[in-house]
Design a protein around this ligand. Structure first.
Ligand SMILES: *[C@@H]1O[C@H](CO)[C@@H](O)[C@H](O)[C@H]1NC(C)=O
Length: 202
């Protein structure tokens, strides 16, 4: 496949992933699926906006740039027809780096949140973090330490895990585009693609 076509595939994949991350982060503002009585009852990492800014907003730019790469050759430059395309490929590497930073931020925030566990009300009606260092992950009976909101531990774990996994996939896709963009910069859009009658020559 040509580098421009491959970049388009990457761009198309990044958009639903970004939307998913934005949704997850928004849902986390509703602990257990209901509006919080007080914003201090929401886990701190939710406010770091890893899903909305990192894996969401910052991912829109690389996604749109990758999508457009296939057709992005305004007029060439210096009489060299594919030069505009090569320059676009080169710029896409910078956007891929933005994507890696954004998704990487979301991955870090989600890991910290999963490790720490959710903020919830304990039996003594204190709003606190009853877990630490992921000790609740392997001990389902300890989840009862959270009296309210209902189902907060699985809510927290499911949504932050989705953010974590999606962020890792986004980092991988952007990393692929840095390599793809490098190839596109060096040899233009369709290097390595030969007409059928030339196949087997190399
Ligand atoms: C699981 O958590 C409960 C409640 O916090 C605790 O009493 C129990 O010792 C824990 N079990 C293990 C295997 O850590």
């Amino acid at each position: 496949m040509c580098t421009g076509g491959f970049a388009k595939c990457l761009g198309i994949s990044l958009i639903p992933l970004a939307v998913l991350c934005i949704l997850c982060n928004i849902l986390l503002f509703f602990p257990g699926g209901v509006p919080a009585d007080d914003s201090t009852h929401i886990t701190d990492e939710v406010f770091y906006l890893g899903g909305i800014i990192g894996s969401g907003f910052l991912m829109i730019f690389p996604a749109l740039v990758f999508l457009g790469l296939k057709n992005n050759d305004c007029c060439g430059c210096c009489g060299n027809e594919s030069c505009g395309k090569r320059f676009a490929m080169f710029t896409s590497i910078i956007f891929a780096a933005v994507g890696i930073l954004g998704a990487g931020y979301s991955v870090i925030v989600s890991s910290v949140a999963i490790n720490q566990g959710p903020k919830c009300a304990t039996a003594s009606h204190n709003w606190t973090y009853p877990f630490s260092n992921g000790n609740y992950l392997s001990n389902h009976s300890s989840w009862d330490s959270c009296e309210s909101p209902d189902g907060i531990v699985s809510w927290h774990l499911t949504l932050f895990s989705l953010l974590l996994v999606t962020g890792i996939v986004q980092v991988a896709l952007c990393a692929m585009q840095t390599i793809n963009g490098l190839i596109g910069t060096i040899c233009g859009d369709c290097c390595g693609v030969r007409a059928p009658h030339q196949q087997g020559v190399l």
